[in-house]
Ligand binder design. Structure first.
Ligand code: NAI
Length: 520
């Protein structure tokens, strides 16, 4: 039986997720049974939905008939055996393996043999939920995102024994509900909750070593195109929830250091600083994120012997800025496009695009004193003052510190000085997101396209990790992760073998585009 919109859907659990799932199924025309263990909860959820939809009718966003049809499709039931005709079950009960297992066992004897059993679990193995069933192949994950009616992504999660046609039916069902389904293998965190870990983890690691402040982190990552910075986002999600997900991914990976939770976050949870919901997290609420103080840089001082090093968009932007500035000073910039680094050199002092190496290490290796490194400008500056992080080698003269900041300002950035940490903020975060996504692809969790869609739709990233990779370069990402590994040692910053292999192919491809099937 294929799941057409004639198929009766049984949604179990009428909480925040179950109510949303019932709504989208009913809106797509399915007859929906809604059941909750707590007496009256399913009826309450339907009434609450009615009130929300009526509000949308009053605002002219929905037709009254559409709302009436949706509500008519939802039948709260007090006993599960009233739903024996259901062809599809979506379970959204408490996040507990035993509860989910025993529910599915009870359903197996109630429903017809071809009914499919979908779980909305966000962290439990789909394989484990199916264990003990007579037909474990009929269990599949349908991982919706909150709020269900608005979020397009559904991870269709395959357990070890999930039958391919069952996964296909869940996939088609999600599509027919107006969602964008993405296939995922049942591994800790699935796609989104796994690949997103570094977005929080790298911010927390930088805070732990006091490299910068939540405000600067948030401002720089927002400037890179993220809708919210990591600290304000953790405040929104709730540190208790975010910490619980991090712990679950860490523990499910047998304590892999890559996913190690943060002491900072634990302390915040222990102290009740849960974010918006408790009135205080990194920021106080309702005030929220305070604006950054304006940066006060003077004009670029008169310069002789200016050389722009390297090629690519950042070098190009530097050439334009240098030409503009030197024209007014009666000078001319030299170009060194074949240079191994990108940036400008003024009378021997360097302002360099970060390749991951901290400024002090660049200075040590080159026997230099005036070294400033700046973060990856993932987006062109959009406003006059787009925040961008930079750091300074301790031996750098005060005059070059000031001049380097002025150069960054002349490029359209509001320079944000931070401690000399490898990969600064954006390069470090994005490199680790790409690295995590590459590992997920290597482990068969998802395809590159699936990862891109999942991250854009599930957590609103401005681009997918593989889109960033195409824009940046495999070698560039590897350099940043290697610099992190060199600085911190340990197992956390391991370059994904997938990335290394792919970068190797790029280096030897002599300009030919590689297809993914050449790489796997
Ligand atoms: P919730 O606490 O709002 O709702 C759960 C509902 O299930 C409650 O009404 C409870 O009475 C009912 N329930 C508990 N045990 C039951 C049982 N054995 N039979 C029938 N009903 C039972 O929880 P929420 O947030 O809706 O989460 C539900 C599931 O969705 C969990 O597995 C969670 O991990 C997952 N999920 C949650 C997301 C979120 O952002 N809240 C996002 C994606 C997945």
């Amino acid at each position: 039986m294929t799941a057409t919109n004639q198929t009766t859907v049984l949604v179990i659990g009428a909480g925040i997720m179950g109510a949303g799932i019932a709504q989208v199924a009913a809106q797509a025309g399915h007859p929906v049974f809604l059941f909750d263990l707590r007496e009256g909860a399913a009826g309450d959820a339907k009434r609450k939905l009615g009130a929300t939809l009526d509000g949308l009718v009053a605002k002219g966003k929905l037709a009254a008939e559409t709302v009436a049809a949706t509500l008519a499709n939802i039948e709260p039931i007090a006993r599960l055996d009233a739903a024996a005709a259901a062809g599809v079950v979506v379970e959204a009960i408490v996040e507990n393996l035993d509860a989910k297992r025993s529910l599915f066992r009870a359903l197996e004897s109630l429903l017809s043999a071809d009914a499919i059993l979908c779980t909305n679990t966000s962290s439990i193995s789909v394989t484990a939920i199916a264990n003990g069933l007579e037909h474990p192949g009929r269990v599949v994950g349908m991982h919706f995102f909150n709020p269900v009616p608005l979020m397009k992504l559904v991870e269709v999660v395959h357990g070890l024994l999930t039958a391919p046609d069952v996964a296909d039916r869940a996939f088609e069902l999600a599509r027919s509900w107006g969602k964008v389904p993405v296939h995922a293998r049942s591994t800790p965190g699935f796609i989104v909750n796994r690949i997103a870990r570094p977005y929080y983890a790298e911010a927390l690691a930088l805070l732990q070593e006091q490299a910068t402040t939540p405000q600067v982190l948030d401002a720089c990552l927002r400037a890179a195109g993220f809708r919210m910075g990591p600290c304000e986002l953790m405040d929104l999600i709730g540190h208790d929830t975010n910490f619980a997900v991090t712990r679950s991914v860490f523990e499910a990976n047998f304590g892999d250091k890559r996913y190690v939770p943060s002491l900072i976050q634990r302390e915040m949870v222990d102290g009740g600083l849960l974010g918006r919901k408790s009135g205080r997290g990194f920021y106080g609420y309702p005030e929220g994120t305070p604006p950054l103080p304006p940066s006060a840089c003077g004009p670029v001082p008169t310069a002789r012997n200016v050389t722009v090093h390297g090629a690519g968009p950042v070098a190009q932007a530097l050439v334009s800025a240098a030409s503009r500035i030197l024209e007014s000073q009666g000078g001319l910039a030299q170009l060194a496009p074949d240079s191994p680094w990108i940036g400008i050199e003024v009378d021997g002092a360097r302002l360099m695009l970060s390749d991951g190496t901290p400024a002090h290490e660049v200075a040590r290796r080159g026997g230099l004193s005036d070294v400033v490194v700046f973060d990856l400008p993932l987006c062109r500056p959009v406003a006059a003052a787009t925040p961008l992080a930079y750091s300074v080698h301790a031996g750098t003269s005060a005059s070059w510190q000031a001049a380097a900041a002025s150069w960054l300002q002349a490029l359209g950035y509001a320079p944000q000085r931070m401690q000399d940490a490898p990969g600064l903020i954006v390069a470090r975060t994005v490199a680790m997101l790409i690295n995590e996504a590459a590992d997920a692809v290597q482990q068969g969790v998802c395809t590159p396209e699936g990862a891109d869609a999942a991250m854009k739709l599930g957590v609103n990233y401005p681009a997918g990790p593989f889109e960033w990779l195409a824009q940046w370069s495999g070698a560039g990402v590897i350099a940043v992760v290697e610099a992190l590994d060199a600085a911190y040692r340990g197992e956390r910053y391991r370059v994904s073998p997938w990335l290394r292999r792919r970068a190797g192919i790029w280096e030897h491809s002599f300009g030919h585009a590689c297809r993914d099937d050449e790489i796997h």
